[in-house]
Design a protein around this ligand. Structure first.
Ligand code: FAD
Length: 541
């Protein structure tokens, strides 16, 4: 079968290419209809149209009028089909729709995905009030004005507003305004450019974009599944926090949820197999977060593995290889993510189900010119902003603006990232250790985040943290930055620009931070690097 351009007036071309198999009047040809007669599994004659499936009892004769329900026809064939409307799928579909392409998105749960309802948004809604209270208590004058504790009921109600009570109707208009058709069902690939969504078989004339995200990983620990543990979904949407909470896993989700829960009144035990928390970040960041969690009352158990789990009489018990057991009212499993690629028909297009969908820098699945994968499901960087970045790249490539994107030092594992604990951890690019492992000739400089005038207004003595730059001495550029401290997440973009833009260190001297802002930390970092006087005179260090 030939694929024809989608303008009107091609009925002759269609007939030419399909001969007697075509039973269609020119009147019914709108857009991109190509029909092919075939027999389905039950022996029924089926006319397959690249725009829809038309089931008929009798074979058609040449030139007989085949009546389509126009609405169905236009929905069933699209230029692009996007599977999954999380942040990645939404942005990609919206950008394509805005540019005039016919796009449909298929979503099995909520438009907005994990991030809007069960991840980024509710977790930050739970963390922010505690962060603010700590901040206020550090500042004389305002500390006296705030006496009581957090009102956890009000915090949870505000969280519900932020996640729109798990109702996605506020997110739908954004897609509708961009003329993106929405299918509400689970979708699977069904061969090249075909997607089965519930009872519909959809055809993508240009591309299929997989954006199915990820789910919590449940490790094979004896009794764990049977104990019905909470995941990020239950902890972020809990109507009430349990009195005693155990958390398995000291990665980003584990530490954020430990902090949110302890500040909202739970007694929290955090069990981590490794010898430190947030293992991918700089050791000083892990130490800062650990110290703060302990100070807040979290029982942090490092180098400890759960060996078995039992749930009895409303209590869950964690057996540990060292110490324990831990008794709790709920257990949250936060040991990592499983990519949603196991049940989406990857086998029908020659890919291995369950694996990350490997993509090139244009987000095209390896070896394909029509299949794209963006967001968590390609395994590159499990972060919303990176999924949205990949969505913009994929959309532009589909639109024909193949700009030959060059990956920078700030993608994949080195993407910009923030952990919203107290202190916050903001990082981009390499950690010192990762850079050395990659064979870079690097050195690190550290200065205190609070060591400048601007920090006075954040509670100079208590608002502690460290700012580190990892510098590639061969190229004279920054390849990594990590900053810890209260409310430093907004610092990250400056570091990201320096890393992605590979701004020469000497040039950074001229990027003068305003006084008295905490951004003056850059001044001290540059001084520590010995490039404080590049316009003449010897460097100081
Ligand atoms: C607790 C927690 C906190 C987080 N906080 C942050 C944060 O602060 N900042 C940050 O950048 N990242 C954060 N993340 C990560 C972030 O949530 C993910 O990286 C992001 O949601 C990935 O977006 P996505 O579009 O790839 O997938 P998802 O958001 O997972 O969306 C995928 C969508 O596809 C749908 N879907 C799946 N399979 C099918 C199918 N077969 N048919 C139809 N639809 C399907 C799903 O229903 C879902 O709506 C956090 C994660 C967790 C767990």
């Amino acid at each position: 079968m030939r694929v024809l351009p989608s303008e009107a007036g091609k009925s002759d071309l269609l007939k030419q290419s399909l001969g007697n198999a075509l039973a269609v009047s020119p009147k019914s040809i709108t857009g991109f209809h190509i029909l092919k007669r075939s027999i389905d599994a039950r022996g029924k004659t089926v006319y397959i149209n690249l725009s829809c499936l038309a089931f008929v009892d009798e074979p058609f004769h040449d030139r007989e009028l085949l009546k389509f329900e126009f609405k169905d026809v236009s929905r069933a064939s699209q230029e692009v089909l996007v599977i999954g409307a999380g942040p990645a799928g939404e942005v990609c579909a919206g950008r394509l729709g805005e540019s005039g392409l016919e796009v449909a998105v298929v979503e099995s749960h909520l438009i907005g995905g994990e991030c809007s309802y069960y991840a980024c948004m509710p977790s930050k809604a739970l963390l922010r009030p505690g962060e603010l209270l700590t901040e206020v208590r550090r500042i004389p004058g305002v500390a006296e004005a705030v006496t009581g504790d957090l009102d956890s009921g009000a915090v949870l109600r505000r969280r519900d507003e932020i996640i729109h009570n798990l109702d996605d109707s506020v997110q739908v208009p954004w897609l509708e305004q961009r003329k993106v058709a929405i299918y509400r069902s689970r979708a699977r690939l069904d061969g090249e450019r075909r997607v089965v969504a519930g009872d519909d078989t959809l055809i993508a004339r240009k591309a299929v974009v997989v954006a199915t995200g990820s789910s919590p990983l449940i490790p094979p620990i004896d009794g764990l599944r049977e104990a019905n543990p909470w995941t990020n979904r239950e902890i972020t949407t809990a109507k009430e926090l349990p009195a005693r909470l155990a958390i398995l896993g000291g990665g980003v989700v584990g530490v954020e949820m430990a902090q949110a829960s302890v500040t909202l009144g739970s007694q929290v035990t955090l069990v981590e197999r490794g010898d430190r928390l947030i293992a991918r970040e700089e050791p000083f960041a892990a130490a800062d977060v650990e110290q703060s969690l302990r100070e807040k009352g979290v029982d942090v158990m490092l180098g400890t593995s759960a060996t078995a789990v039992r749930a009895e009489g409303g209590e869950v018990t964690l057996e540990l290889d060292k110490g324990g057991p831990v008794h709790a009212d709920e257990l949250v499993v936060a040991i990592g993510r499983k990519l949603n690629s196991d049940d989406i028909g990857l086998d029908t297009v020659g890919l291995e189900p369950g694996n990350p969908i490997e993509v090139d820098d244009a987000m095209r699945a390896t070896g394909s010119d029509w299949l794209y994968a963006i967001g968590d499901v390609n395994g590159r960087a499990l972060l919303t902003h990176m999924g949205k970045y990949q969505a913009r790249i994929a959309a532009d490539v589909i639109l024909g603006y193949d700009s030959g994107c060059v990956p920078s030092n700030a993608t994949g594992a080195r993407s910009p990232r923030v952990i919203f604990t107290d202190p916050q951890v903001a990082a981009v690019g390499y950690t010192l250790d990762a850079a050395q492992q990659d064979g870079l000739n690097v050195r690190a400089v550290d200065v205190p985040t609070q060591g400048n005038a601007g920090a006075s207004f954040y509670g100079r003595d208590d608002a502690r943290g460290t700012a580190r730059l990892v510098v590639d001495d061969d190229r004279g550029v920054i390849v990594g930055a990590t900053i810890t401290g209260p409310e430093i997440s907004e610092f990250l973009q400056a570091a990201t620009i320096a890393v992605v833009g590979e701004v020469p260190l000497d040039t950074l001297f001229h990027a003068v931070p305003a006084f008295p802002t905490r951004s003056e930390v850059w001044l001290y970092l540059l001084e520590a690097l010995g490039i404080a006087v590049p316009c003449g005179g010897p460097p100081r260090a």
